[in-house]
Write a protein that binds this ligand. Structure first.
Ligand SMILES: *Cc1c(COP(=O)(O)O)cnc(C)c1O
Length: 367
């Protein structure tokens, strides 16, 4: 009766694995008597800027705020149009809406799930100010093509890197691409905290300064408020935890790559549509997403065998109640993707043996 259980996500494993260092980090912060914008945030910002190769890193409250802060610092607001992928987590869209700008969804390339650069031209309006490419599932978007288009039309580009900590595009770290990169440190991300957190990386010193000010009450000098800002800062405790996690990020991303390799090899002869990795991409496999018609049967079969899956995402943003005024839009690629995708378990908590078991169980379902 007792079946092996393969969890989709195991954040508890993270703490167990790093407990001594995490306890020490927490103690250090609690004993310091300084809980907001202290040495841990400063040190993490420096370390993450170094890791990504960007010169500047600004800690924020979460990934959604990171996106909004970057857009606002670039002057995006009411009356502007912002191009976003039609298939993404809703936060990408919400960041645009919170600035007062309009969303222009663009369909993805089916093979990579990332925004199709060939479709940018037809989405352009006289009011287009920015593009948010998302490196969905940890796979880099085709940034050279996107940046060439953005330069031609003077558009601001902030990438949504919430699923791509450590991913590489043509030899360059994701955090250095575009004008800014927005990260989330939600616990389930590849670089996850034990609560909410986020950051923005950029190579532009002026932009970094504006972002920092808007996220700190529109202030760069205490009690001087030059712009209308809000409060979105990376927490001191989370920064201390993230420093521990950053040390193991590459190692843990490699564990994900090993699992992905086992899936890619072992599932070749099934009807599943497997992720396609362009030659220039080094994904970090935040998610391993396969596509099939009638996914319900597969999900049930896996569940009966102790394998937990998820769906990213069941409903596209334009079909959500929050965007019902856009519900009439026809985005057939995105709608088909949302109907057919299944995320297999992947993460540093999994062993190669468990991945082989997932492969075996899926092959049994199809043969
Ligand atoms: C997680 C995520 C976000 C939002 O990050 P939060 O820290 O939860 O606000 C934004 N975009 C994408 C693609 C994400 O996966």
């Amino acid at each position: 009766m007792s079946v092996t259980q393969i969890q989709f996500l195991d954040v508890g494993w993270t703490y167990k694995t790093l407990a001594a260092k995490m306890d020490a980090a927490a103690k250090r912060v609690l004993e310091s008597g300084w809980y907001v914008l202290g040495n841990e945030v400063k040190a993490f910002e420096k370390e993450f800027a170094l890791y990504t190769g960007a010169n500047h890193c600004i800690g924020t409250g979460n990934g959604l705020d990171s996106l909004e802060l970057a857009l606002r610092a670039a002057g995006v607001g009411a009356g502007d149009d912002v191009i976003v992928p039609s298939n993404t987590f809703i936060a990408t869209w919400l960041a645009v809406t919170r600035t007062g700008a309009n969303i222009i969804p663009v369909e993805p390339i089916e093979a990579t799930y990332n925004i199709d650069p060939e479709k940018l031209e037809q989405a352009l309006t006289p009011d287009t100010k920015a593009i948010i490419p998302v490196h969905l599932y940890g796979q880099p978007a085709d940034m050279d093509k996107i940046m060439a288009f953005a330069e031609e039309h003077s558009l601001f580009v902030v990438t949504d890197a919430a699923q791509a900590h450590g991913a590489v595009y043509k030899g360059k770290m994701i955090g250095t691409l575009g004008h800014a990169a927005a990260f989330s440190f939600y616990p389930g991300k590849n670089l996850g905290a034990f609560g909410d957190g986020g950051a923005i990386t950029t190579t532009d010193a002026d932009l970094a300064k504006r972002i920092r000010s808007i996220g700190n009450y529109g202030s760069s000098e205490k009690y001087v408020h030059e712009t209308l800002g809000f409060n979105s800062r990376l927490d001191e405790l989370q920064a201390a935890f993230l420093r521990v996690k950053l040390d193991v990020l590459d190692d843990w991303n490699w564990r994900r790559r090993n699992i992905a390799d086992i899936y890619l090899k072992g599932l070749k002869d099934t009807p599943l549509i497997l992720p396609v990795v362009p030659q220039w991409a080094q994904p970090i496999w935040h998610l391993f997403v396969v596509r099939c018609e009638g996914r319900k049967g597969l999900i049930t079969h896996l569940k009966e065998n102790g394998i937990h899956t998820a769906i990213h995402y069941p409903t596209p943003p334009h079909k959500q109640g929050a965007y019902k005024h856009m519900g009439h839009l026809s985005l057939p690629i995105s709608e088909a993707i949302h109907r057919e995708v299944v995320s297999l378990p992947i993460g540093p908590h999994m062993t190669a043996e468990q991945a082989e078991y997932v492969v075996k169980t899926i092959n049994e379902f199809y043969h």
